[in-house]
Design a binder for this molecule. Structure first.
Ligand SMILES: C[S@@+](CC[C@H](N)C(=O)[O-])C[C@H]1O[C@@H](n2cnc3c(N)ncnc32)[C@H](O)[C@@H]1O
Length: 219
């Protein structure tokens, strides 16, 4: 990759970071996601989490929320420009780390002792159930809780996507699954649902689950 291409890709990430949640509805979505995720973490961990692994970190959207738990953060993403954006634009403390990583592979050593894996807006992009299970297993590592989002198909959002796909003949690019399917994939990864919240029940597919490891080595 040339340095020009790198700068161009970096600029695209900057533009994405500025625009992605700038519209009225998206601002609402972002605010509600931040509120729900903060609540789920606080209910499980109280006010302090020593170490969080945030994968995919994207442009660092949840960095400030996580910092509110007085933690060190390992920020990982498969896109190096996202990693660079997070590293360069978020307020960092000693012990925070950034690296490129693929959730379909074991997480890097820097994430090994993380107390929770935080994974928002990735599962709907993984179309194969075995791969979603593999991702959950990697997030769980040797036995940590996982706070994850996925798209649940029991809602208007899913019906409209299906209708639009049928009318246009174009496939749906994101994967929406049933609650039972999600729980089965989590179980195969050695995780069970402790809490579940929907972004906008029956309207939006975005759902959050706090998963706990079932094995004896759970933290
Ligand atoms: C929709 S963004 C979500 C980022 C962030 N969690 C948020 O909600 O703002 C999806 C991110 O997943 C990253 N990604 C895609 N496939 C991945 C993989 N296999 N492993 C790690 N990151 C991946 C992309 O580079 C992108 O930054």
């Amino acid at each position: 990759m040339t340095s020009q291409a790198t700068a161009a890709d970096g600029n695209k990430v900057g533009e994405y970071a500025r625009k992605r949640y700038s519209g009225f509805f998206q601002r609402l979505v972002d605010r509600r996601e931040q509120t729900l995720l903060k609540r789920l973490l606080a209910e499980r961990f109280g006010g302090h989490i020593p170490h969080v692994v945030d994968i995919p970190c994207g442009y660092g959207r949840f960095h400030d929320l996580l910092k509110g738990f007085d933690c060190r953060i390992t920020s990982l993403d498969s896109n190096p420009h996202m990693v660079a954006r997070t590293r360069d634009t978020t307020q960092r403390s000693d012990g925070d780390r950034t690296a490129r990583a693929d959730v379909l592979e074991p997480l890097p050593a820097a994430a090994e002792d993380a107390d929770v894996a935080f994974c928002v807006r990735l599962m709907q992009h993984i179309h194969d159930g075995d791969n979603r299970s593999l991702a959950l297993r990697n997030l769980r590592g040797t036995g940590r809780p996982v706070l994850v989002s996925y798209y649940d198909r029991a809602c208007i959002h899913a019906w409209t996507k299906r209708l639009a796909s049928r009318l246009s003949g174009k496939p749906i690019r994101i994967r929406m699954i049933s609650r039972r399917q999600f729980e089965g994939e989590a179980a195969r990864a050695g995780l069970r649902v402790r809490r579940r919240r929907r972004l906008m029940p029956f309207i939006h597919a975005q759902s959050f689950a706090l998963l706990e490891p079932v094995a004896a080595d759970a933290r």
